[in-house]
Design a protein around this ligand. Structure first.
Ligand SMILES: Nc1ncnc2c1ncn2[C@@H]1O[C@H](COP(=O)(O)OP(=O)(O)OP(=O)(O)O)[C@@H](O)[C@H]1O
Length: 582
């Protein structure tokens, strides 16, 4: 129950629904047990005594009781569901909130499909148990106790025979639980993997298709699907092995009752009505005990799901606000002092002894081979990751002194593949600050060189985009991302390979847009092309996480270092092309 104790804060505030549900359940159970008593009275006092005139009264009374039972069952069911649904609403919300604050480090190792399975199927698993499992458990206990009470009232020996079978059933049920719980954990994990497969396939569909890997993907999915099927079949096999044993024990008990109870009736020690009532009552004990298997099943699923939910809720938040963190505007003065960064313990350092100073409004170009650490530098500024050693300062204060939200709201990112949400272009542009006016949105789009193509679309700013900004070209997506960055009016701007995926003409347009955007902001331009960083105030050239060269284009181009080498490889012809187009 430890898992449910941990989840208690989510459902306990709604205990009034649970208690209302249980109170009405009590009425339902009490009336259920009254049924065999009515049967006994009808046989013994009416049929055997031939007092048939009482039948309409008994029937009328029975009808009224059943109406009360139906109403109680309705209230019990409804409030039980209300309890479960409200509780999981809170759990789902807490999970989502947590996913928003977990660091990049967490997401580096997380799989989207699996996270989605936890947020949906696992949350439902918990709901099943707290909606109906708890009351089923109470119902089972009450039915058994009430029924045993009535049984003992009718005949102590027969009641003892019934009780004798309970330990056998209990052992089977216990064994069942021990096996079924790990099996359900396996089912949940397998479902998470299946989800991941589907999600990755849909997200990476262009890669799949361009490499003609459809068959490979189908076979990979089949493997995961088969794995899920096998896991489920395994739990079914457990079920099918234990369920008949439980039934058998119940039936043996009935046979014994028939033999022994029949003898008692024949000897006149028990009324016929009481024996008939016994046959109903015995199933009020056996059925709930077998149902206990179902409840344990729901409980096991919920426990496995609860574990997976708690794994997220308990995940460490690596990057959080300090207690006295400040929320102040920044001018964009960025300083790195002896910064080193290691992503995972056993990895080589991604950054080594990085030192630089970028006064407000300057443009810093970051060059270097892939994997040399350019992106890593920019990810330390908004605290996406924390340095292992050294300090990152903004306006002379360590970045950890700032409130994360305040800090990140003042840093704009335009990435190589900026993510666009499946909503309108307008919503995408104002995503960072929904309060901005229509004029500001259009102004941002104009400055990002996006207004013209947006206006030419039939629905203009109301055009709906597909999940990944489908229906737009790479350059168009990029310009919307730039407009989005402009809207938050950041003091620091990071352009990470922002123009690498577009043709020369679009690159020219984007460069023009960016020039406009960079004014008055400290800008970090990560680029492989010298054209993109040529006008920077300082260019840092990285190799294996170290700055190996720094200076302006003018100085570096004759420095006989890596920059000059890159220049020689790519720039001489290009410069002429670009110059003729400006
Ligand atoms: N999230 C991460 N987890 C582990 N290692 C990482 C992570 N991000 C980057 N690295 C590693 O850190 C090193 C620097 O990567 P980084 O992305 O900063 O390089 P880059 O110069 O920006 O490369 P590119 O030009 O290809 O974008 C690489 O060796 C990379 O494998």
């Amino acid at each position: 129950m430890d898992i449910f104790k941990r989840l208690k804060p989510f459902f306990w505030p709604y205990k009034k629904y649970l208690f209302t549900s249980l109170a009405f359940l009590l009425v339902v159970v009490a009336i259920t047990v009254v049924y065999p008593i009515v049967l006994q009275l009808t046989i013994d006092e009416v049929v055997l005594m031939e007092r048939y005139s009482l039948i309409p009264y008994i029937a009328g009374g029975f009808f009224l009781i059943m109406i009360v039972k139906s109403i109680s069952a309705f209230i019990h069911q409804y409030t039980g569901d209300l309890f479960g649904v409200t509780a999981v609403y809170k759990i789902r919300e807490a999970l989502y909130d947590k996913l928003q604050v977990l660091s990049f480090k967490y997401y580096d190792n997380a799989r989207t499909g699996d996270l989605m399975a936890r947020q949906t199927t696992d949350v439902n698993g918990v709901r099943n148990f707290i909606s109906s499992g708890i009351s089923d458990l109470v119902e089972i206990t009450m039915l058994i106790l009430f029924s045993l009470g009535v049984m003992f009232y009718y005949s102590i020996p027969l009641a003892l025979i019934t009780m004798a079978s309970i330990p056998f059933l209990a052992v089977v049920v216990f064994q069942f639980d021990r096996r079924v719980h790990p099996a359900f954990r396996g089912v949940r994990r397998s479902f998470g993997r299946l989800n991941t497969r589907v999600q990755e396939n849909v997200s990476g569909m262009d890669t799949v298709k361009s490499l003609s890997k459809e068959d490979f993907e189908i076979s990979r999915f089949s493997d995961s699907n088969e794995d899920y099927r096998q896991h489920y079949l395994f739990t079914s096999r457990i079920w099918s092995r234990y369920f008949p044993v439980m039934e058998l024990i119940g039936n043996i008990c009935v046979v014994l009752l028939l033999a022994f109870g029949g003898a008692l009736v024949a000897n006149g020690d028990l009324s016929l009505g009481a024996l008939v009532a016994f046959f109903s009552l015995v199933w009020y004990i056996m059925d709930p005990l077998v149902d206990l298997g179902f409840v344990i099943n729901t409980y096991s699923q919920a426990k496995a799901s609860g574990e997976r939910i708690l794994e997220i809720l308990d995940a460490k938040e690596d990057v959080i606000d300090q207690e006295d963190a400040v929320d102040i505007p920044i001018t964009g003065h960025v300083t790195f002092r002896d910064v080193t960064l290691t992503y995972t313990q056993n990895d080589e350092r991604a950054l080594k002894q990085i030192n630089f100073d970028a006064p407000p409004g300057t443009i810093i170009g970051l060059m270097g081979a892939t994997g040399s650490g350019k992106t890593s530098i920019t990810q330390l500024i908004p605290r996406f990751y924390e340095p292992e050693q050294g300090e990152v300062l903004i306006d002379g204060r360590p970045v950890i002194d700032y409130q994360l939200r305040a800090l990140r709201q003042q840093i704009g990112f335009v990435l190589q593949e900026s993510f666009l949400f499946s909503t309108t272009i307008r919503e995408n542009i104002r995503y960072g600050d929904p309060s901005i006016s229509e004029e500001q949105i259009i102004d941002a789009a104009k400055r990002a060189q996006a207004h013209d193509f947006i206006s030419q679309m039939p629905n203009g700013y109301d055009t709906m985009l597909g999940e990944r900004g489908m229906g737009l070209s790479g350059g168009q997506k990029q310009r919307i991302a730039i407009a989005r960055a402009i809207c938050i009016n950041p003091a620091i701007l990071v352009l990470d390979d922002a123009t690498s995926a577009v043709d020369m003409d679009t690159e020219f347009k984007i460069q023009k847009a960016l020039k406009e955007v960079m004014k008055g902001r400290t800008t970090f331009i990560i680029a492989h092309r010298i054209a993109s960083v040529k006008h920077a105030d300082a260019i840092l050239v990285l190799e294996n996480g170290e700055i190996v060269e720094r200076g302006t284009h003018k100085t570096l181009v004759h420095n006989q270092g890596p920059y000059e080498r890159i220049y020689n490889i790519q720039y001489q012809d290009r410069e002429q092309v670009l110059e003729t187009s400006t």
